[in-house]
Design a protein around this ligand. Structure first.
Ligand code: AGP
Length: 612
């Protein structure tokens, strides 16, 4: 939910910190700040608003400490406790000003600790739980920073990813994690620490991922990896598979539209080397699942949130239709707390682009605790969910910076189709049918490319409805999750109150909301169920709705009598979600731009929800 960054090296720290925060701004953008340590003094600059405001403030601040410091910490915030003000912004200092800290996570017992510290005479200036932690660290400080951090962390409940410095124990910084990710980049004579790889990529690709209850002491000699009891731990150095320029907008106006147009390439990367045409199956070595294990799976449970959950819903249909395996999809937080009935023959699939979503991670831990086989479908290599599931399939979609998920969804669906194909071939799917599906999956990038070519036509449709404050998306079968996803895209980037419904459901109540001109996007692809959805679209039209018909190429007559049409390539039902969702991504993008919205950093949102 927040982004933290730290630098320890030989260059001017403040520039590196602000640039690192800019690269992680999608993690939260309510307020931001940096703290630099030089000559046993700490300078802090922090501002409400986006990184741009911080950059201006840093440039205007005449501070020799800020200009000379070769170490520092920074933070960009998504507010959990306390409104986005300068006082609540990080970095936080303790009351004496000698300890500076940035924090991502939630300290659940912060009130109890704050009351105890207040009784000891300590005064607080902010409303945040994070300030309680830095005050506690200072309260425990007896000269050694890492010892103070360990002692303080032993008293807290909750989640944290922190970076701490002290002007009374200089030449080092301390990082610690429990539940909120921390990546340490090992550069040449420099160390960069951050919540995620985006801030580290310009400096090095050699990284260490901290595990829960790790504590790292970073100093001139490098990184000393310990656990919270100061026992040395061994963490492997891995090579990041992303390049720095992948996390830049390039010539695009927004990250979101760049990532929409990257989808043919991203999907190619997701399927590369994974289709076995000869066996009519899929090769997913990361699943670490023998054919025998695969044949013994009795049920697939998919957990995820938001867009990832919608992708899982497409997978649910494919697992049942192709492999005849019972499949269920559940919102991860609901799964975690409802005491699910799990058996050892269940495969629990955790879908998460970031691999850090707290609700999905908690669901993974619950499934493991009940003895299920778990696997992850993640995009970020080395992410917590990827590591804690221990097996799974990476999307290889490249960094997804736009808060609204696009290429992750299409790559997740492609991976789920390959998983369903693999499981189906251990059951009753004949090799020729398997090969035919593999060929269709191979065609998906080209189908997606075709839809991207419709962008201007879709923008013309967007112009007609961009002033509307309500919208509906309807679909059935494999296209029902696509209706939900299309509504989510429009909601989160244009602030239009959009709802996705199963096409048959509208007449059971929601149709009462239709007024003259209310946009209804009807997914009328030429797949089984089209005629039923067509009837539902007619019911909407008869009540004055502005119906936008999404139809298959060659079946344009299905749009007759409706207000607008978007044509997508003809494809089988289980392939259709991917090209169709691209059309809806473009529709939402153009509407948001026409409404003057902040497409990449929509209000109230953050890219990775690492708190429950
Ligand atoms: C999608 O556009 C949203 N940004 C959000 O619903 C997202 O899909 C959800 O928070 C899950 O994130 P994850 O895939 O990183 O777990």
């Amino acid at each position: 939910m927040c982004g933290i960054v730290g630098y320890f090296g030989k260059k001017e720290a403040s520039d590196i910190l602000v640039d690192g925060l800019r690269r992680m701004e999608y993690r939260g953008y309510d307020s931001a700040g940096v703290a630099c340590l030089h000559d046993e003094q700490i300078a802090v600059v922090k501002r409400p608003g986006k990184i741009k405001a911080l950059r201006q403030q840093v440039d205007q601040t005449d501070s020799s400490i800020l200009r000379s410091a070769k170490q520092g910490i920074g933070h960009t915030r998504w507010a959990t406790h306390g409104s986005p003000t300068e006082l609540n912004a990080h970095p936080h200092l303790d009351a004496t000003g000698h300890v500076a800290m940035v924090h991502n996570g939630i300290i659940e017992n912060y009130r109890e600790i704050r009351n105890g510290l207040k009784q000891a005479g300590i005064e607080f200036v902010s409303e945040t739980d994070s300030e309680v932690l830095v005050q506690l660290i200072a309260y425990c400080f007896k000269g050694n920073l890492e010892e103070a951090v360990s002692e303080a962390l032993s008293k807290v409940k909750g989640t944290y990813g922190i970076l701490v410095m002290s002007s009374k124990d200089t030449g080092k910084m301390v990082a610690a994690r429990c539940g909120s990710p921390i990546v340490i980049g090992l550069g040449v004579d420099e160390t960069v620490v951050a919540s995620d790889a985006a801030a580290i990529m310009p400096h090095t690709r050699d990284v260490i991922y901290l595990e829960d209850f790790d504590l790292a002491v970073i100093d001139g000699s490098g990184v000393n990896m310990l656990d919270i009891q100061h026992t040395p731990v061994n963490r492997e150095v891995t090579l990041m598979d992303w390049e720095a320029e992948e996390a830049e907008k390039g010539d695009f106006d927004h990250f979101m539209v760049k990532e929409i147009f990257e989808q043919p390439t991203a999907i190619k990367n997701a399927i590369r080397g994974r289709l076995d045409f000869e066996m009519g199956s899929a090769i997913l070595s990361g699943l670490d699942l023998s054919q025998r294990d695969a044949a013994l799976i009795n049920r697939v449970l998919v957990v995820g949130c938001g867009t990832s959950m919608h992708a899982g819903m497409v997978g649910e249909y494919a697992f049942e239709e192709l492999a005849a395996i019972p499949a269920e999809v559940e919102q991860a937080a609901e799964f975690r707390y409802r005491n699910p009935i799990i058996s050892p023959s269940d495969l629990v699939l955790a879908i998460s682009q970031s691999g850090e979503t707290a609700d999905t991670l908690a669901a993974v831990r619950e499934a493991k605790n009940k003895g299920a086989m778990v696997a992850g479908i993640c995009n970020v290599v080395g992410s917590t969910i990827a590591r804690e599931t221990g097996r799974g399939v990476y999307l290889h979609a490249g960094p997804e910076i736009g808060v609204a998920s696009t290429k992750a969804f299409t790559c997740q669906v492609a991976v789920l189709l390959m998983m369903a194909l693999k499981l189906a071939r251990t059951r009753r799917l004949p090799v020729y049918d398997g090969e035919e599906l593999a060929r269709w999956i191979e065609r998906i990038p080209a189908l997606t490319e075709q839809v991207l070519g419709q962008s201007e036509a879709i923008r013309d449709v967007a112009k007609k409805i961009s002033a509307q404050e309500h919208a509906f998306f309807i679909g059935r079968g494999y296209l029902f999750p696509v209706a939900l996803e299309g509504a989510l895209k429009l909601k989160e980037i244009s602030y239009v109150h959009a709802e996705g419904y199963h096409a048959a459901e509208l007449k059971h109540g929601p149709i009462a909301l239709l007024e003259e001109g209310t946009p209804v996007v009807a997914l009328l692809n030429n797949v089984p169920g089209k005629d039923k959805t067509l009837a539902n679209a007619e019911e909407c039209k008869a009540r004055g709705a502005h119906v936008i018909a999404v139809v298959s190429e060659g079946d344009e007559q299905a749009a007759e009598g409706f207000d607008d049409v978007i044509v997508v390539p003809q494809a089988p039902a289980m392939i259709a979600p991917i090209p169709t969702v691209v059309a809806l991504q473009l529709l939402s993008y153009h509407i948001a731009v026409l409404r003057g919205c902040d497409v990449d950093q929509p209000r109230n949102l953050a890219k990775s929800v690492t708190v429950e």
